[in-house]
Design a protein around this ligand. Structure first.
Ligand SMILES: Cc1cc2nc3c(=O)[nH]c(=O)nc-3n(C[C@H](O)[C@H](O)[C@H](O)COP(=O)(O)O)c2cc1C
Length: 454
């Protein structure tokens, strides 16, 4: 990269950990995933580190494994909007992103909730629109398991369009009586939405919020999911964090933007990433090994294996070899978790071959195959790696998933952020107040020439 070119800036977000085996709950430094103090701790740490946003995932149904609540997950997530609105009161700049499902929620309600969050936070709201992939989740709702996979994305696009029509139904200026005091006097004109999924009529209840629309995130990974992301999203939360895989994903989705009249910078790619810091690389690697052993205990190793094999493997020794029985066609052994292994027999064969070639036990294999992108090293090394991935277009930044709740980001902010700043790749102060400004995104009603179109 030439010196006179402006360095690509890294975007960082903080994933509130929990509800999966990333979090090491056995660690004495692990605390509640429900107490408000935990949310405040992580959010304030992220804001001290000048992060773009705080991120909440969502699960609409408790996961089950072999017909029982999956008690190797810690379960229980407080309501997303309530948590984010409370956090708006104890932070000033940090973006607040919530994962909210488009299959089981109505556009009017969503429009009201996100406009409220955007108003109350002064323009810091973001919506990670997910569709969910299973009928199991649907059983918690009136609609049950309705909508095939592809139709879920048709609905998702219509939900997003409908919320935007509701937000846009309030003209930007005409109805504002007193901008200084934020007083609005007139009801919005009636909006009519007539689509395959929706038949909505009525004036919307809130004036336009500071960002126009909340920042739109997306997380689905199928072809339909990527297309939806390219058409509608401002950022994609991806699971493609490895360098080459990340570069392919980045090129793929950015390549889809032109047909929607969008520029490459209009969509940010933010994979999930974990990190382990140490005084030296050896020290960090030793810590990472220890953490992985805690994340994949003997029972968790067997449970992961059972997800692929589709059968009870509790009789197998986690420290022994892989089962020689074939996987059963029982994709429902674990319910409520996105299933990435489409062909269990092929996966089982590949895992057996790997275990044999490398002399791995069940637990050792699961530790390897379930590892997500990890940055492991001294703070300087981790900063250099993150920067390398971003400068080489494997990502525009990362959504960091700490392994401890809520203190898992402390060390990163203290030690890695200054290294990133020294490299000239990360802000040294917030220059804007809204999340759109942090992410370098246009206001939705601003054309590329910077003129408000409304
Ligand atoms: C990185 C990533 C994170 C996700 N997080 C959530 C989540 O928190 N809650 C949820 O209900 N679905 C989540 N999903 C599921 C997707 O949004 C989507 O509903 C699912 O992957 C099915 O769509 P797909 O076939 O396009 O991947 C996530 C998916 C990915 C890839």
């Amino acid at each position: 990269m030439s010196n006179n070119k402006v360095r690509k800036q890294i975007h960082l977000a903080a994933h509130f950990p929990g509800v999966n085996n990333t979090t090491v709950w056995s660690d004495p430094d692990s605390h509640s995933q429900i107490d408000f103090d935990s949310f405040v701790h992580l959010a304030r740490t992220a804001e001290r580190g000048l992060f773009d946003f705080f991120f909440l995932a969502e699960g609409l149904r408790l996961r089950e494994h072999r017909g029982r609540i999956f008690d190797l997950d810690v379960v229980g997530r407080p309501d997303t909007f309530t948590v984010l609105e409370a956090l708006a009161g104890v932070t000033t700049h940090l973006g607040l992103a919530g994962t909210i499902n488009t299959t089981f929620n109505e556009p009017f309600e969503l429009a009201k909730q996100f406009a409220t969050l955007d108003h109350l936070s002064g323009g810091r709201a973001a919506w990670n629109a997910v569709t969910s992939s299973d009928a199991f989740t649907g059983e918690n709702f009136r609609r049950g398991g309705y909508l095939e996979h592809a139709e879920r994305y048709i609905r998702a696009a219509e939900v997003v369009d409908a919320t935007r029509a509701l937000w846009d139904s309030w003209p930007e200026r005409a109805l504002l009586v007193d901008r200084e005091r934020g007083i609005f006097a007139h009801p919005a004109p009636t909006v009519r939405i007539d689509s395959d999924q929706f038949d909505i009529e009525g004036p919307f209840v809130l004036p336009r919020s500071p960002q126009g629309y909340p920042v739109q995130l997306q997380a689905g990974d199928s072809d339909e999911g990527r297309e939806f992301g390219a058409a509608k999203a401002d950022a994609i939360f991806s699971r493609h964090g490895e360098l080459e895989d990340g570069q392919q994903f980045y090129a793929d989705v950015k390549g889809r933007l032109a047909k929607y009249g969008r520029a490459r910078d209009d969509l940010k790619i933010l994979p999930a990433a974990a990190f382990v810091l140490g005084d030296s690389r050896d020290d960090a690697e030793e810590r990472a090994r220890h953490i992985r052993l805690q994340q994949v205990g003997p029972q968790t190793a067997i449970a992961f294996l059972e997800q692929v094999w589709g059968r009870d493997l509790s009789g197998y020794d986690p420290d022994g070899p892989l089962p020689d029985v074939e996987p059963a066609d029982n994709v429902d052994i674990t319910r409520g978790r996105v299933r990435h292994a489409k062909d269990p027999r092929a996966v089982a064969e590949a895992w057996r071959a790997k275990a044999e070639a490398e002399g791995l036990s069940i637990r050792e294999l699961i530790i390897e195959v379930t590892a997500r992108q990890q940055f492991v090293g001294s703070p300087r090394e981790v900063a250099a790696e993150i920067d390398r991935y971003v400068q080489n277009d494997a990502a525009d930044g990362f959504i960091l998933v700490p392994h401890l709740t809520p203190g898992g980001l402390d060390e990163f902010v203290e030690k890695v952020v200054p290294e990133l700043q020294e490299r000239g790749s990360f802000r040294t102060e917030y220059t804007g107040t809204t999340l759109r400004e942090h992410l370098g995104l246009r206001h939705p009603h601003e054309s590329s020439e910077g003129v408000r179109a409304s």
